[in-house]
Ligand binder design. Structure first.
Ligand code: GDP
Ligand code: MN
Length: 457
């Protein structure tokens, strides 16, 4: 699996390694992983379609106030939430400027850690976590870090601009452990994971030695039981004198996960300090978007700077858009058809530039917005419009497409495959428009044509 563009790699690795591909947490992850899977061997091209099934689950119950799937927050925000539930966290403060960073470091006193706040992990290896000896050095490091583009294995090569820092007390680390909770869809329960092999190599542990990750499923209504906490604490080698503290932290983490309707909560590293105390040294929480309507306070933690601008734009127009890294732009109505379209583009030897579901009842305006968003991706070399006309009639779609082509001055070749209500009328509108649309006879034909055009463009 390629790491590029995969925002939730840790979860993805942990979930696939521990539970198998059926129990991933995010649709976004599923779609991206699916798109990456298909770059592999022929044998898995037409494997079972877990993403489709998952999609319908997510879609049917999704609350209309939001159209993302799993809201991410920053480490400092996650730590503030954990602290409310009595998970021990280091003393620290967020800083948006060099002055704030220096003031925070002075207040904490002595040596501090300066940590870049971006919605991606792997910061330690990417240069986004620096231990400094005093406030003056903290200011110097903050000056370098703020505004820098931090590239980690989770950000993709384009990286993320650092706009916030967390200034935190340093702690004498004895051991780095791992704690995490994800939803296991197979068991229908959250699963608590713990490992002695915490720290920056956890993805490798999940991939190569999944047996080093201990698991305990629990009922959300009951929480992680005391015996489960102790079992995990002993299992990851916590010394007897620290077991109570570790077990309490685990129980608190599980409470926070359930109470906030999280889809993922992860502490990596969870540390045992030299004095025998335990702390969450890092924290990551993602929330289930379907439940966000009942957490107005959490919704305010959203940081749009961290989201893909095209995805933010698409969500404003109620379009389900996820950017991928291929060259064939896809405009499709219906999630199942969108998935099938991605598959058939792969099968024809191409690669989709995005997942886009304009919805069953799209109007001409939405079609136009969808086009604009699709085409602002510079990688798009050709577009495949694959529509089944049900509620959205083919002639309405065709009229929308022609209007969009006129307004947006579209230069890339467009292949259209339509079926359903008023299909003849729709084809006629396209063919008589004066634009050079290619009409595909069926899905395979359309996919082959668009892949050829994308390669030539
Ligand atoms: P990530 O790489 O994005 O997951 O960032 P983390 O917050 O996990 O930090 C990466 C690594 O930096 C950790 O595994 C620790 O080894 C180290 N680190 C973070 N905070 C401290 C600290 O307070 N003291 C020391 N000595 N090391 C720290
Ligand atoms: Mn970490």
């Amino acid at each position: 699996m390629k790491a590029k563009g995969q925002k939730s790699k840790v979860i993805w690795w942990a979930a696939t390694a521990v539970f198998g591909a059926r129990s991933d947490q995010s649709l976004e992850g599923a779609i991206k992983a699916r798109s990456h899977l298909h770059t592999g061997h022929n044998l898995i091209r037409f494997g079972p379609p877990p993403a489709c099934m998952l999609y319908w689950n997510v879609r049917l119950v999704r609350h209309p106030s939001t159209s993302r799937f799993s809201m991410k927050i920053h480490e400092y925000q996650a730590k503030a939430i954990l602290a409310q539930y009595h998970v021990p966290v280091p003393r620290g403060e967020v800083a948006f400027t060099v002055e704030e960073a220096e003031a925070a470091a002075k207040k904490i006193g002595g040596s501090v850690v300066v940590k870049a706040q971006i919605h991606a992990g792997g910061r330690g290896k990417g240069g986004g976590v620096k231990v400094v000896k005093d406030a003056a050095e903290a200011a110097a490091v903050a000056d370098k870090m703020l505004g820098m583009t931090l590239v980690t294995h989770q950000t993709g090569p384009e990286g993320r601009v650092v706009q916030r820092l967390l200034i935190e007390e340093t702690l004498p680390i004895e051991r780095e452990l791992y704690l995490g909770i994800v939803l296991d869809r197979v068991q229908g329960k959250p699963v608590f994971m713990a490992s002695a092999a915490g720290g920056m190599e956890i993805e490798e542990v999940a991939a190569k030695t999944p047996e080093l990750i201990l698991k305990e499923a629990f009922e959300p209504g009951i929480g992680l039981a005391a015996y489960q906490c102790r079992k995990l604490a002993f299992g990851i080698g916590i010394p007897a004198t620290s077991v109570n503290a570790a077990a309490a932290a685990m129980s608190a983490l599980a409470k926070a996960y359930v109470a906030t309707d999280a889809s993922l909560a992860e502490i990596n590293p969870f540390i045992l300090a030299k004095d025998g105390k335990v702390y969450a040294l890092d924290a990551k929480i993602n929330f289930d978007d379907n439940a966000l309507y009942r957490h107005k306070d959490l919704m305010e933690l959203r940081d749009i700077n961290e989201e893909d601008p095209l995805e933010v734009e698409a969500s404003k127009h109620s379009l389900n858009y996820i950017k991928l890294d291929g060259t064939v732009g896809c405009m499709v109505n219906g999630a199942g058809l969108a998935m099938a379209t991605m598959d058939i583009i792969k099968y024809a030897g191409g690669s989709p530039a995005n997942f886009l579901d304009v919805g069953g009842g799209a109007n001409a305006e939405q079609v136009k917005n969808a086009f604009r968003i699709l085409l602002s991706d510079k990688n798009v070399k050709a577009v495949l419009i694959n529509i089944f006309g049900g509620i959205l009639r083919c002639d309405t779609l065709a009229t929308g497409v022609v209007a969009a082509a006129r307004d947006l001055n579209i230069k890339v070749p467009i292949v259209v495959r339509m079926e359903g209500t008023n299909v003849e009328l729709g084809r006629k509108v396209l063919l008589e428009s004066g634009f050079n649309f290619t009409v595909g006879e069926d899905m395979r034909d359309a996919a082959e044509k668009v892949v050829k055009l994308a390669a030539a463009h």
